[in-house]
Design a protein. Structure first.
Length: 254
């Protein structure tokens, strides 16, 4: 399947590098498309129309506000449409491409290393089980974990998933800084923190996402972990993450 990316920004680049196959790409800034093509062994295409004519599936990675503009260019030529446009409901994409099969998905940046989460919006019409939906699901499986989410819940799911790499990086940074402040060399603190985060994620999957069990297995009554957890709770860790999600959703729903 020949993939064509309209828009060659960060998320398009993460997916293309995760797929590790030549893709067609275009962008309002031609040099950005050329750079992505060079990284992936793909091809930068001069126009969206030419890209649509050559691709088996067109992935919309452009700015959300350009939905109608791009559709006017390519709707008559695109064989199938996959949208990753943030804040643009599936119904709006289908309205812009009324006679084409359409799938909406939302990736996270770790797809670059094939360890991401990709949301597949499901509005109950069976499109994800059609040939395009099946093919897209198979492509997504190459990038990490595919999770079907009802279309009505996509914004909340995105608030948990799409922004989380930045949050996790901030948590890692805070822990690394704490270790350096206590005397560890920065490279040692980085390796300890990042590998522990990766190992904990694997352990949570192994234990069916049972966070309480994972915490209890490392927390002895009155021990150092119990004291550390108490300090984090008193500092408002849970409230901070809840507030972060509320802030994201408030912006999305304006």
């Amino acid at each position: 399947m020949q993939i064509g990316l309209i828009g060659s920004g960060n998320m398009a680049g993460a997916m293309a590098r995760g797929w590790a196959r030549p893709v067609l790409c275009s962008d309002a800034l031609p040099e950005r498309a050329r750079a992505l093509a060079a990284q992936t062994g793909g091809e930068a295409i001069a126009s969206n129309l030419e890209l649509a004519r050559r691709a088996d599936v067109v992935v919309l990675c452009h700015k959300p506000g350009q939905l109608r503009e791009v559709a006017r260019e390519i709707a008559g030529e695109a064989r199938a449409i996959v949208s990753i446009l943030g804040g643009v409901p599936l119904a709006d994409v289908r309205d812009a491409y009324p006679d084409r099969p359409v799938v909406r998905l939302m990736p996270s940046t770790p797809v670059e290393v094939r360890a991401g989460v990709v949301l597949l919006a499901d509005d109950g019409d069976g499109a994800l089980d059609d040939p395009l939906g099946t093919a897209v699901t198979e492509l997504v499986a190459e990038l990490g974990t595919a999770v079907r989410v009802p279309e009505a819940q996509v914004d909340v799911a995105m608030g948990l998933m799409a922004n989380a790499p930045a949050y996790m990086a901030l948590v890692a940074e805070a822990q690394i800084d704490a270790g350096v402040r206590a005397g560890l060399p920065v490279h040692v603190a980085q390796e300890l923190v990042v590998q522990t985060m990766a190992g904990t994620a694997a352990l949570l999957r192994h234990k069916d996402y049972d966070t309480l069990t994972v915490r209890r297995e490392v927390t002895s009554p009155g021990g150092s972990t119990a004291r550390g957890l108490d300090a984090l709770e008193r500092a408002g860790l849970r409230t901070a993450f809840s507030d972060a999600l509320d802030a994201v959703l408030q912006k999305e729903r304006r």
